[in-house]
Design a protein around this ligand. Structure first.
Ligand SMILES: Cc1cn([C@H]2C[C@H](O)[C@@H](COP(=O)(O)OP(=O)(O)O[C@H]3O[C@H](C)C(=O)[C@H](O)[C@H]3O)O2)c(=O)[nH]c1=O
Length: 190
């Protein structure tokens, strides 16, 4: 398992080993003990899996507020996506900064997103499936959202002039300016 830093504290790229043979490959896509050896000990309680049929589908930027905040371990089961995490932990040295990475079945990469980050992605292939583990269950009453194209976040989704496919919820998401984050850096780092 390879762990790579991203420049945003706590946000890392995880690439599990793949054991290839004449049949294909085997990979432990999640091992609590192996992650714990790298200081990442999270009890995941829910797996999510979504399919986005069209290229240019944007889901996000979403988070659940404490006490139902979710850490996520994100991977791509099929297709290609650009996964983005935004540090929204007040007091963080990288508050308001974002990191993005292409995840695909082929590259086998995963993004380990601690609580205190907003999460979103854009699809770059048809019929793209995202699969991710969450450290708390679904609590819609605690959900928050920020606009994917917020000028203060300045995320480069690689959409060019293409208008994304958005849910009504995401089209109505709030601005980062004036956002009163419920996350404190020390809380997330705890
Ligand atoms: C998140 C979630 C949703 N749902 C139901 C609620 C709706 O009937 C339907 C679609 O929900 P939503 O439009 O919120 O799904 P996404 O836009 O993919 O939201 C997710 O997208 C970003 C990328 C995330 O990181 C979050 O996990 C999550 O916010 O699934 C559930 O039953 N359980 C759940 O945990």
């Amino acid at each position: 398992m390879l762990i790579e830093e991203t420049g945003l504290p706590g946000l890392v790229v995880v690439t599990p080993a793949r054991f290839g043979d004449s049949r294909g490959f085997f990979s432990e896509t999640w091992s609590r003990s192996k992650l714990a050896q790298h200081g990442i000990d999270i009890e995941f309680v829910q797996d999510n899996h979504s399919l986005s049929a069209q290229v240019g589908t944007v889901r996000g930027l979403h988070f659940q507020k404490p006490p139902r905040a979710q850490a996520k371990l994100v991977r791509c089961g099929r297709g290609l996506l650009f996964d983005v995490a935004v540090d929204i932990r007040k007091g963080s040295p990288t508050y308001g900064k974002w990191f993005g990475i292409e995840l695909s079945f082929e590259n086998g990469r995963q993004l380990m997103i601690p609580a205190g980050f907003a999460h979103g992605f854009v699809t770059r292939a048809p019929d793209t499936e995202i699969i991710y583990k969450c450290s708390d269950g679904y609590a819609p009453e605690t959900e928050g959202a920020l606009r994917y194209d917020d000028p203060d976040l300045g995320i480069d989704w690689g959409l060019g002039d293409t208008a994304p496919i958005l849910s009504a919820k995401d089209a109505a998401a709030g601005a980062f300016a004036g956002f009163d984050s419920p996350f404190l850096y020390e809380d997330s780092a705890a």
